[in-house]
Design a protein around this ligand. Sequence first.
Ligand SMILES: [Fe+2]
Ligand SMILES: [Fe+2]
Length: 321
Amino acid sequence: MDDRMSDQTSTCRLGVRVTPRRPGFDFEGLEHELPRAWHPAGIGPTAFLEALSAMAPVVEGFFIDDARRLLPRIAAEAPRAEVEAFLRQEAAHAGMHAAFNRLLIRWGVPVDASADSVLRWLAVVDWTSSDLRSAVAMAGEHFLGEIGNAILSRPELLAGVDPRIARLFRWHGYEEVEHKAVLFDAFHAARGHGLYTYAVRVAGLWIALVLLALALPAVSCRILASAGAAQDLRAWRGLIRFVFGRGGMLRGGWRAVAAYHRRDFHPWRYLDNRRFLSELRDTIVDPAWEGRARRAAAGAAGDDSHGTQPDHPVDNSSGRK
Ligand SMILES: [Fe+2]
Ligand SMILES: [Fe+2]
């Protein structure tokens, strides 16, 4: 595994570079400008996207912990550098969603309670072996890669959303696709490709699936309740259509679940969607964000000789302990 070929990661072999960016979005005052149901399809889709954001800092923290645990077990230089870029991307996601979540709190969304409930679910995983915990994180990245792909390939999902909000989800979706194979490759670099690894990977998928199936509706329901729409059938219908309807966010997600069971599954082999990264780069990401991330990393390297400090500290204001 230490020859020159294996030092190339699957992502860079495809010409994709995991690039840390630091956008610095600002959501101050949006609560006075935008309607509470800021998605044109109503409070249902609004609540679903807000649920993703409310959960993001906690879930990103879970991935970051996992990647940090894997890092010492990876010897080759290129995969190590890619995991470090992954860490900085996920930390930036956590930071920007925390900023958006502060807007949600001003709207009365119970962000902290939602994050606490997700933390309690994830605590169950913390009691399992570190292999299984990693497998849950890896499966979570597979699902987020699917959500990222939906956001990039179905622009209508965010059509009509205020651009200051839409760009948060588009940037996050873009980077989830960009780094979708990083935890997968790191997990296998650390643990090999045997039957045990396969069994743990599939077990992690099902645990992640159950956690997602419990947490997403529960947090969405809390948010709908905070907006006085928990009993509103139209709101729920709008949410379900947005998620599972034609062109919906998770439409066809069963294919991603089924494919993950293949022994030879790999995120890029399953879905080579890198064309979205090149086609949408100019509309979704700004080169200035890379410069800001580089300056932040240079500053962090002064404080931390390991150079793995995140650009944004993982914001714990949403209840993460
Ligand atoms: Fe992320
Ligand atoms: Fe991710």
